[in-house]
Ligand binder design. Sequence first.
Ligand code: MRU
Length: 353
Amino acid sequence: MTPFTTIAWDAEHRAVRMLDQTRLPNDLVYETYRDYRELASAITHLKVRGAPAIGVAAALGVVLGIQDSRARDYPAFTAELDEVIRVLGATRPTAVNLFWALNRMRAVAERSRTRSIPDIQTGLLNEALAILEEDRAVCRKIGEYGADLINDGQTVLTHCNAGALATAGAGTALAVIYQAHADGKGVRVFADETRPVLQGARLTAWELMQAGIDVTLICDNMAAQVMKEGKIDCIMVGADRIAANGDVANKIGTYGVAVLAQAHHIPFYVAAPFSTIDLSIPTGAGIPIEERNPVEVTNGFGKPTAPDGVKVYNPAFDVTPARLVSGIITERGIARTPYAESLASLAREEKRG
Ligand code: MRU
């Protein structure tokens, strides 16, 4: 277990408790949210981030938004619910887990429309808690499937943070590392620092060190050299949205890592829950890419590092084409190319199950 909790429901205070990730690695500060608008702002400002954690936060945000509702009938209640979902849904466009979680919450309300308002509120709380608990179990399964891909003594390069800080459980890409470590494989990690906001340096390096895992931090522009030096056995990253054909949106820079991995004949794996797979989008071209504040690029280290007024382009994610992906590790198993078929088949399996 990690020595920190990324996100939790505080039943006593009917509030959400989250670790403020913008303060890491220097300060371990928890914040308590009672207002869904403040929680939405925390998502926008990366206090909580990582696709699965954003989904969990949004579901709990819905609970905050409707738990004190004074609506007397379903139409009035659902109008409030729609507004809460609209605000939470406007925070970050790329991570599909956000919309997946909000859709689950809306569906619960619709299914129980003939019930009393307190019953619907209880149903929504239970659904949000189920989303949180399921995420823990999903991370465990991803870790188990993925660890089979790692041999004794291997070194894995990762980009951004797809760890416990990005989920309610052990993470996705890092769950694989944690499981391999627990299996005694002596796994080592190279972490890209992940400009512009340094999730790799601030978060991945920190959480792996907390877990006692051998981690080496590199700047993003060092990845090619460490691969050429033969230091990397495989790449393991997370995802924010995966299209039906296996194209993968993840933190900006992931595509570059995948191209480098192919050039050096190193397998490139993506670990993600099924909730990150968006079968409604045929290819990565349809995935909306968030553009963030230029300040992240010009003042990324807490002080200006570029001339005032310079033009900046700051896409937060890129799309790695499926042909560069060696496998997609999900809680239902590992999908391999051709992804249109393997992902659809895993989707059908769940429906049958
Ligand atoms: O902008 P962020 O920090 O939310 O981006 C996070 C990532 O890109 C992660 O790799 C992805 O969400 C997977 S987290 C399990």
